[in-house]
Design a protein around this ligand. Sequence first.
Ligand SMILES: [Zn+2]
Length: 389
Amino acid sequence: MTLHAHWGHASLLRALARARSEDSLPAALLIHGMKGVGKQHLALWLAKLLLCEAPTEAGPCDECHSCHLAGKLEHPDLHWYFPLSRPKKANTPEKLAVALEEARGEALAELRAKPLQVTFDNEPRSLYLAAARSLRKKAQRRPSMGPCQVFIIAEAESLAPQESSSEAANALLKLLEEPPAGTTLILTSAEPGRLLPTIRSRTTKLHVPPLTVAEVTEFLASHTGLGDDEASRVGRLSKGAIGRALGFLREGEEPGPLEEIRAHALRLLSAALAKEPEDAIQASMTFKPVGARGLGDLFNFLEEGLADLARTASGLPPEAGPMDEERFFEEVVQRWGIQPAWVPSAMRKVDEARALAAGNVNPQLLIFGLLHDLRKELANRDLSNREGT
Ligand SMILES: [Zn+2]
């Protein structure tokens, strides 16, 4: 099975193909844009273009041996690194390096088998120093097949928040400073602000914009066999990112993984804004006491929920929810007399919680504190003002 052709972003692809034909593509690129928008997919397309034996003005030829191998993720000069969860029983650096390469191989095999599968879970994943070292070693070698090697370093910001992070980032930095001739490095990141400034300054930035809802809906209808109604519902939830849309696809009778996290975020918001403050305690107790780093998607959906709250408070409908959500937002706005101007400070509380989660604090305490803060910002404002005076 091969990866599907890159969907959308036609003018961006044309510009890249033109730069390739003029030999003016930079040796180090940073592809950024919202999560799930297709950054890694675009990086793979670009890698295929660079390795193609007969590239055209429109992109890779899709017919040569190189294109064929790259499409199957089997090209020996295409190296794709992405964050992985920490392998178990790898207690020496050597064992860790071997275990990471194995895990990367398994993840690639899985992708080959199911190219549309997206994993969303609470597992913390990182790019490890061992991976950065292995990457650097490979970059020093000569290409196996073609004239060049391409390295994709996905979610490059995940080099940052871990122990020995500076070492991993520095290993990468050395490579960016002096990329071996014929080597192209493509970093992708949804949060480029979290990259080291020195990494940002050594890469040429390329922004991938969201697709239109219509483009995502069309993709879903043609690639996943969804009916029209479901395709347009998921299309609306996608915010223009195919990767995000795939997370909303039902798995048999089960809701998609993102659907579940989104519902969870709404339940938390509802607990924070409930009549009784005890609901927030109960909601935070449902969290395990470890694994705060895996809460990123939950925080994102909490922010989206707050944005919908602000829309409702301004008299606008929520962005992409079913009818009962609209009623939920109306009800809490009415209950607490929520003003749109209160929402930004609530958003900042989510941001603070996200920063704490990166430091791996206890999720129960973190969520409890966050719900308490949200209640204070949005529900108990009069009370908190009185307390403040
Ligand atoms: Zn080709």
